[in-house]
Structures are given as C-alpha cells and as structure tokens.
Design a protein around this ligand. Sequence first.
Ligand code: GLY
Ligand code: MN
Length: 363
Amino acid sequence: MISSLERLVEKLPFYECDKQVDAAMIFSETNRMYFSGFKSSDGIILLTRNECYFFVDFRYYEAAFNKVKNMEVVLASDFKSELLKIIKKHNIKNILLECNGLTLAESLKFEKLIESENVSFIKSNILDDIISSIRSIKEKNELENIKVAQEISEKALNELMSILKPGMSEKEIAFNLEFLLRKKGAQSIAFDLIVASGKNSSMPHATPTDKRLEIGDFVTIDMGAVYNGYCSDMTRTVALGKISEKQRSVYNLVLAAQNKAIQSIKSGVLCKKIDKIARNFIYENGYEGCFGHALGHGVGLEIHEGPFLSTRSEDVLKSGMVVTIEPGIYLKNEFGVRIEDMIVVTEQGCQNLTFANKELIVL
Ligand code: GLY
Ligand code: MN
C-alpha cells in the first residue's frame, strides 16, 4: 500500500462510529487518483479492513491493472455482482460512503444494488473529513510537484510581462498566458485564468473580456499550472503607465496585509487567526467591507482544498500544509488589488513557494 492509503486505513473508524464500519467506498475522481495514483473519469474504491479494491470498467481496466499496485483492480463489467461477491467474502454489513463524490441520484442507484442484501450505507461526512485532513498534509513528492507547477507559472508570468502593453485585451492576455503555461511544461491550467484590468479588477473573479489595457489601469492576473496532477496558484497585480497615489497606497496596504499574515503562519495556529490578522489590518486602514473573500485555501490535487483560511474556519495549520495567502481590496467602479502567494507551513513558521516580484510593478 502506498503511504496515503495506509494513513487512511489507520484513521478509518472501523471499530467506532454508532454503527460498526466494515468498509468504505470512495467515488470522487480526485480521491481515487490520490489513493491509487491512477487517473480515470470513472471508478470506485472499496476499502475493507484488510483489502482494497479498485473497480473500473473495460475502458480503464488494462491501464489500471498495469499502474495500480496497492489495490486489487477489478473489472466491473457487472458491478453489482462483483460488489456482492466482495460484500459476502468480507461479511460486510455497513459501508461508509464518501459523500462529496456522490450525487443523490448515484446514492439511490447504489442503494438499489444492495436492497436485497443485509447491507447498509452510512452517509455522513466522516470519510470526507478524514480524507481531506490526510490530503491537506503534503508528502515529499506532492510538494515537489507543486513546486514545479509554481516554477512553470513564474516562467510563464515572466515572459508575459515582456509582452504586456496598453491596447492588449484581457482575453488576449489570458490566451497568451495559457499558451505560455503549456509551453513551459504545464499539463493544463489549474483554473480559468483571471485577467481583470481597470474597473474590472474590482471583481475578484472577473472573467477576461474584450476590454483593452489602458494607461493608469491595474491588471490583476490570477494564474495556476498543473504538473503531474498538482496545482499551483498565484496572483499578481501590476500597473500600466502612471497610477494615482490612491492606487499606490491600496497596493501597499494589500502587500503589508499579506506580509503580516505570512509572518504569523506556523504549525498549530488557527486558520481564522491568520485571516483575522490580514482582515483587521485592511479594515483598520480604512477599507472595511472591501475584502469580501477568504484569505486563502489549501492547494494540491485540487486548486481549492483544505485547510480554509476564512473568518469562520476551525482548521488548524499543520506542518506540511500548502496554503495560499491572498488578501485583496476591491473598490467598485474604481479598481482592485489582490496579491497571492503559495506557502508551505513548517513547525517554526513557513516557506514561501512564490518568488515572483511583488513590489509594485509599473510597466
Ligand atoms: N486562484 C483562484 C482562486 O483561488 O480562487
Ligand atoms: Mn487562490
């Protein structure tokens, strides 16, 4: 078994819960990939106390059989009969379900499959929470992949900076950036790239438009690459030509808020405390209500995963977590600024994985 699967088995409440858990079922594409190392659009993992099965259909069977070494790969042409065989073999009565990866329609379908058997599904968030907490702490190879994804992103941003000029449209920049990310080695982009200029930059998740860059604009570029399945995430806001004192002061406030938050990161600190440090600083400096999203989130196989650094989060930072710190100030009909770095939490503090310049750049 690869170590992530061992960590899951260790934490599964096989002997606890109100009902005894005999097995667990994992559906979501990301969690299947995380535990098996195999990417497929379909499939199910069934974990019992002693065995782990990976059901795939004909499309994936040969590839999965060759790649997956920590589970028994089962060709599920007839999923029901394969599932019932394993249920009987291990005398399974209660199966804990991963809920995030399962729609209500699918859950009804599975219930129908086992209706004649003396088996029940436990529908709760227990499994999702356990997996999320395992995934939030990155293993060495995961960290390496995230670092490479970030290096790719920075190379692409560097090259983009040399071509960015007034007259280019936001869509044109986003298109060029995606091309550069792929050219530098990204397997794909981590999310729809955000390029927002001038007044559009007051919308944190603006979609690139035909608006052309003008002198005096801020341009917010939020970008990420995927490498070996792992994402990176970074935002930079740059200025074009001459900008106002207000723009300069807002930029420096966001940067100072980010630095204060980063300096407070270390293992054991509550995520909401870090959010509060950045948020209070922004609010106390005259911009209450202008920072309306969370301070950050974990990054890994998914662009947004645990832990979450928000006002209400109960998550606690732990060594090995990779999180973003992305404060912003958004002024409707004027402009917006966001600066985002990706950070690894350590016992004593943290290590910043983002090296791109974040002093105010005026192109
Ligand atoms: N970088 C996109 C996001 O964090 O939502
Ligand atoms: Mn982000």
